[in-house]
Design a protein around this ligand. Sequence first.
Ligand code: PMV
Length: 311
Amino acid sequence: MAIERSAPGKVILSGEHSVVYGYPAIAVPVCDLRSTTHIVANKNVDSLHIIAPDINKRFILSQTYKDNPLAMAVYLVLEKGNFDLPLGVMTVTSQLPLAAGMGSGASVTVSIIRALSAFLGCEFTNETISQLTFQVEQIYHGSPSGIDNTVITWEKPIYFKKGTPPDFCSIGAPILLVIASSGIQASTREAVKYVQARRAMKPRYFERLFENIGSLTDEACIAIASGNLHVLGEKLTANHRFLKQMGVSHPKLDAMVDAALQAGAIGAKLTGSGQGGNIIALVDEEHCDPVRNSLYQMGSQKVWQTTVASS
Ligand code: PMV
C-alpha cells in the first residue's frame, strides 16, 4: 500500500509581524511550489523510516528525538488518531526554499499529517491538520501567529487574525505575483524576537506602526475583493516602508523592491519575517517578464511567478 499527499507554499501579502500582536494579515497559497509526502508500507522493517532528500536527512523514527519537527508531526498524528506505529518508508520532498518566508516548514508538516492520517485510514479534517501543524510550528517559530498553518492547510487566500477561525478572501481579479529570493536565509524565530525586543524599547512607536499596517491590510482586503490591483499595489509598497521602519528589511530586499517597481511592478514588498528571504511584486501580464529580468539583474537567486485565481 502507498499513499501521497502534498501541500502548497504561501506568501504573506500584508500584515507580517503585526499579525503576531493581534492585527490582521492576508496570506495566499503558492500552489505551484509544493511539499509532498509519500508513504509506502513495508512489513520487513521494524519502524517508520523517514527520508528527506532535500535536507539530506534519513532516520528511523524509533531512534529519533521527538522534537525533531518531522518526527513530531508523525507522533502527533499517532497520538491524535490513537494509531499504532506504521511500518514502512516515508519520503518527504519540498520544492520550497528553506527559511525564505514561503512557509516551507508548515508545508512539509501539513503534507506529512495529511499523508500519514490518510495512510492510517482516517484523513484528518483541515481543522485538525492546521491545529497539529501549529504545534509543530511552535518549534520552528517560537511564538507563531498561526497564519502559515492556516493558509497552507486550507490552500485558500485568507484574511487572518490570531486566535480566530480563518476568514477566506474573495478575489475580484486574478493576482499575478513575482516572487524573488534574496538568497539570504533568515530565521523567523530571530526576526520575531528582534521585533519583540525593539517593541519593548519603543512601545508607542511600534503600536503606531502595527496600527498603520492593520489599516493597510484592511484596505488591501477591500481592494482584493473588488479586483482593484492598483490600490492593492499601493498598499503593498506602503507596507514595505513600514516593515523597513520596523527594522526587518535588508538593503538587498530594498534594492529588489526598487528594481521591481522601476521595471513596472504595481507594488512590491518583502514577504514573511524579512531580514532576508523573499520579496513579492504585484505585476500585470505585460510587466511580468521585465520585472523578473530586473530582479535577476539585481542579484535575485531565484524568481518564481504564481497567480491567485479569482473566486
Ligand atoms: O514564516 P515566515 O517567514 O513567512 O513569517 C511568518 C510571519 C510572521 O508574522 C513574521 C510570524 C508569524 O508567526 O506570523
